[in-house]
Design a protein around this ligand. Structure first.
Ligand SMILES: [Zn+2]
Ligand SMILES: [Zn+2]
Length: 341
């Protein structure tokens, strides 16, 4: 059994009390954090967990821990504002539960707003785009069906929810400075509070945040992500970064450089795989060579991760399409990429 980290307390140089609550987001042991901000206007909750498995109970238990360990007097029903850092299920899936308990306004960056307000439409649009991507990536029909089943499964229990507050880049609300950092998700925001940055899924302490091609969703992709990493370097004086998962980051700038280096290594690895293969390859083939041991949902994540890097190489002139005639003739043929050296 995986033990959740206990609730934690941090204080920003701007005087905001930041409380971290950890939740089991998926039953497979995937842990994430919500943050309660006391001192940035009304009592604010940043992210809500997934709403699945024990996530909602863990959130309630987290508030109990805050009362027991730090002597706060508030509970979930005192929350008056919820900020969703980005439109991923593990961050907003618990929003309906939170709204049942608390009379709170909801804020999200405008590029992820539709994920909340038009959820059913968003699932259809995203599924359609993913199908076209699978065709172009050269996925075999049996795997395609399995991937769609896994993709759709977690999304069924949610419905649309109203948004009250549109967040934009560089907006400041009650001392929360929003920084739009697209890449991992189109509407990904980080929140700066004095010397503390809530880095959400833009920067994590151990994992390099998941990437997916912009050809599936606008404002994702490695180019946007790299720009957003560079953008953070312009914000000086951040001494602590608190992510949506994993551990606090004490050297944000060092971590940003390490993540950039990790993506450069992946780009090099794709070039080597293609060079060693000696013939044009599909995204599916490159992904299988990069991540030979992945199973289940991780096959989909691997296809997106590899695809984001292949898209980057193509956009930057390192690859070309080897089967252009077929590409012109057919609706969505599997694309064979050749390496330029
Ligand atoms: Zn995410
Ligand atoms: Zn996440």
């Amino acid at each position: 059994m995986i033990l959740l980290p206990p609730a934690e307390h941090y204080k920003s140089s701007s005087g905001v009390d930041i409380y971290r609550i950890s939740m089991m987001l998926f039953p497979n042991g995937f842990v994430g954090h919500a943050y309660v901000l006391d001192g940035a206007g009304v009592l604010t909750l940043v992210d809500t967990g997934s709403g699945m498995g024990s996530s909602n109970d863990d959130l309630l238990d987290g508030f109990q821990q805050l009362r027991d360990r730090f002597g706060v007097s508030f509970s979930l029903r005192d929350i008056r504002r919820v900020i969703i850092t980005h439109g991923h299920l593990d961050h907003f899936g618990g929003l309906a539960f939170v709204k049942q308990h608390a009379d709170a306004e909801v804020g999200i960056h405008e590029l992820d707003r539709r994920v909340l307000t038009d959820y059913e439409e968003r699932v259809i649009v995203a599924t359609k785009a993913l199908g076209i991507y699978f065709d172009r990536a050269g996925i075999q029909p049996e795997l395609r069906e399995t991937l769609f089943e896994m993709y759709g499964f977690a999304k069924k229990h949610l419905t649309s929810i109203d948004v009250d507050l549109n967040i934009a880049d560089e907006q400041v609300i009650d001392g929360m400075e929003f920084i739009h950092t697209p890449g991992h998700c189109p509407g990904q925001v980080c929140i700066r509070l004095g010397n503390v940055l809530l880095s959400a899924d833009h920067v994590l302490s151990r994992a390099t945040p998941h990437q997916s091609p912009e050809s599936i969703t606008h404002y994702m992709g490695l180019d946007h992500y790299a720009d957003s990493l560079r953008k953070l370097l312009r914000y000086e004086g951040i001494e602590l970064a608190l992510g949506g998962h994993e551990d606090p980051i004490h050297d944000l700038y060092g971590r940003v450089h390490a993540i950039r280096a990790s993506h450069n290594r992946k780009l090099d690895r794709i070039r080597k795989i293609m060079r060693d293969n000696g013939a044009p390859m599909t995204i599916s083939q490159i992904s299988a060579a990069m991540y030979p041991d992945v199973k289940d949902y991780h096959i989909l994540l691997a296809l997106e991760e590899a695809g984001a890097h292949i898209e980057y190489l193509y956009q930057h002139g390192h690859l070309s399409i080897a089967n252009l005639e077929e590409y012109e003739r057919d609706a969505n043929p599997a694309i064979l990429y050749a390496l330029h050296e």
